[in-house]
Design a protein. Structure first.
Length: 182
């Protein structure tokens, strides 16, 4: 609960109809809580999700994902979180709406994302030539976000059941999965 001075204008739940949150005003208090009557099915297609693309190295995978998503959904808000400034810059150039760099940016954004997309290495500590710290891997793994992970065989691992397809095919599949969730 946040104390608000009485002279501030208040917004009630009528102002936020269809929102995932309800706002309650009582005397000089403003309370924001999850809207238990919020219907995700009715919200499909309204881009209500916080979609976070996480990448490292040069950001090529993240950039390609963002380009493909923006081509299909130009109004979709995308968060580009890079483990380094080159990756973030590449994803921002591709059309991401927001960008941030580093461990803390990943930790903060993974915590409140609805959907996280990136190479599978983002959930392995010390992957991407050491760019994925244990804190980054733990934050992404612990996030309640739905994760779409692209298999890349550069992190000394093998994923049973994954075909050896070109990277572009895996990225296209990831974008199709995002489409199905919107």
């Amino acid at each position: 609960v946040i104390a608000i001075p009485e002279e501030f204008p208040f917004y009630t739940s009528e102002n936020l109809e269809g929102s995932a949150f309800e706002v309650f005003v009582s005397d000089s208090f403003l309370a924001i809580s999850p809207n238990l009557h919020y219907d995700k099915e009715k919200s499909k297609g309204t881009n209500y999700m916080k979609i976070t693309i996480i990448d490292g190295q040069g950001g090529r995978i993240g950039r390609t994902i963002i380009e493909q998503l923006k081509k299909k959904h130009p109004d979709l808000e995308l968060y580009a979180i890079g483990t380094n400034s080159a990756a973030t810059a590449s994803m921002l150039k591709a059309g991401a709406d927001y960008g941030a760099t580093g461990d803390n940016a990943v930790i903060v954004n993974a915590a409140d994302s609805d959907l996280i997309v990136g190479p599978i290495g983002i959930v392995f500590a010390n992957a991407l030539l050491g760019e994925i710290t244990p804190a980054i891997a733990a934050a992404i793994g612990a996030s309640k976000a739905f994760k779409i992970l692209i298999p890349v065989s550069r992190c000394n691992h093998y994923i049973a059941g994954c075909d050896d397809l070109p990277l572009g095919d895996y990225i296209r599949s990831a974008v199709e999965k995002v489409d199905s969730l919107l």
